[in-house]
Design a protein around this ligand. Structure first.
Ligand SMILES: Nc1ncnc2c1ncn2[C@@H]1O[C@H](COP(=O)(O)OP(=O)(O)OP(=O)(O)O)[C@@H](O)[C@H]1O
Length: 249
C-alpha cells in the first residue's frame, strides 16, 4: 500500500500529474484509487470519468459514521462500503472519488469530511497492491496530523520560478508541521534557461522529476482528453519509479 498526496499552488499541474500517475500505476498492475480533494474537482475529467458523487454530499451518512456520543467524533468511522459506492472506475480500472468541499477550519478542524478523509487514508479497504493518490490544494494544514500520518510521501509540484519555489518552502514547512516526513518535488512546465536549470540544480529536497512545458497538455485540456492519452509519458514514468524508490518499493 502506497499513499501519495499531491500538493502545490493553483494551476501548477497537480491534477495532470495525479491523472498520469494513476494511469501509469494502473498499467503496472496496481489497484489505484484517486481522490480529488481539490476544490476545483477536475480530477474526474482528467481521468475520463463523469458524475462522481462527492463524498461530502453524503452529509447524513458521514455524520452517522463519524458522530460519537455527546458531540464527539469517532476517530475510525467505517467507510469501505460508502467509498466503494461513491467512486467511479475509469477505463484503466482506476477508482475515482471526489471529496467535495472541505470546510477549512483553523487548527484541529474536526469537520466530518476531514474525519472521513482521515478514515479513508488510515485504513479503508487497502491491500498490499493498492496505490492511493490524493490531489490536494497547497493548503494542507487543515488536514491535521491525524490525516497526514497516513501519507507516505507528499509530492510538491512547482513551476520553475522563484515565486513557485517559495511556495515549496511553505509546503515543506507545512508537511513538517503536520508530520509528513517525506517530501519529493516535481518541477512541471519546465522551460530550459540558465536560471531555471540553476533553480532545479540547487533544490534542497529530493527531485522526483522534471516535466517539460508542452503544448500537448493544453491540447488535451481543450479536447477534454485525459492527458496520458496525448502527452509524452517518459518523464512521468521516471517520476513514478522515483516515487516507488522513495517509499521503498
Ligand atoms: N507540462 C505542462 N506544460 C504545459 N501545460 C501544462 C503542463 N502541465 C499542466 N499544464 C496545463 O496547466 C493547466 C493547469 O493544470 P492542472 O489543472 O493539472 O493544475 P492544478 O494544479 O491541478 O490546477 P488547480 O489548482 O486549478 O486544480 C492545464 O491547462 C494543464 O493542461
Amino acid at each position: 500500500m502506497v499513499k501519495l498526496a499531491v500538493s502545490g499552488k493553483g494551476g501548477v499541474g497537480k491534477t495532470t500529474l495525479t491523472a498520469v500517475l494513476a494511469h501509469l500505476f494502473a498499467r503496472d498492475g496496481y489497484n489505484v484509487i484517486a481522490i480529488d480533494a481539490d476544490s476545483d474537482m477536475n480530477l474526474p475529467s482528467a481521468l475520463g470519468v463523469k458524475d462522481v458523487k462527492p463524498l461530502s454530499g453524503l452529509k447524513d451518512v458521514i455524520e452517522q459514521r463519524v458522530k460519537g456520543p455527546l458531540g464527539t467524533y469517532k476517530v475510525n468511522p467505517k467507510v469501505d462500503d460508502v467509498f466503494e459506492a461513491y467512486s467511479v472506475r475509469n477505463e484503466d480500472g482506476v477508482r475515482v472519488a471526489v471529496l467535495g468541499t472541505i470546510e477549512k477550519g483553523g487548527d484541529g478542524c474536526f469537520c466530518p469530511e476531514n474525519a472521513f478523509l482521515r478514515a479513508i487514508l488510515r485504513h479503508a479497504i487497502f491491500r498490499e497492491n493498492d496505490v492511493l493518490l490524493i490531489d490536494m490544494e497547497a493548503g494542507i494544514e487543515h488536514l491535521g496530523r491525524g490525516t497526514a500520518k497516513g501519507v507516505d510521501l507528499l509530492i510538491a509540484v512547482v513551476e520553475p520560478g522563484v515565486r513557485s519555489f517559495e511556495t515549496l518552502s511553505r509546503i515543506e514547512k507545512l508537511a513538517e508541521d503536520i508530520g509528513i516526513d517525506r517530501v519529493g518535488v516535481v518541477v512541471n512546465k519546465y522551460i530550459e534557461t540558465e536560471r531555471s536549470r540553476e533553480l532545479v540544480e540547487n533544490l534542497d529536497k529530493p527531485l522526483l522529476g522534471v516535466i517539460p512545458y508542452s503544448q500537448a497538455f493544453i491540447e488535451a485540456d481543450l479536447e477534454n482528453l485525459p492527458p496520458y492519452r496525448v502527452v509524452d509519458l517518459e518523464p512521468f514514468i521516471e517520476i513514478k519509479n522515483n516515487i516507488l524508490r522513495m517509499v521503498d518499493r
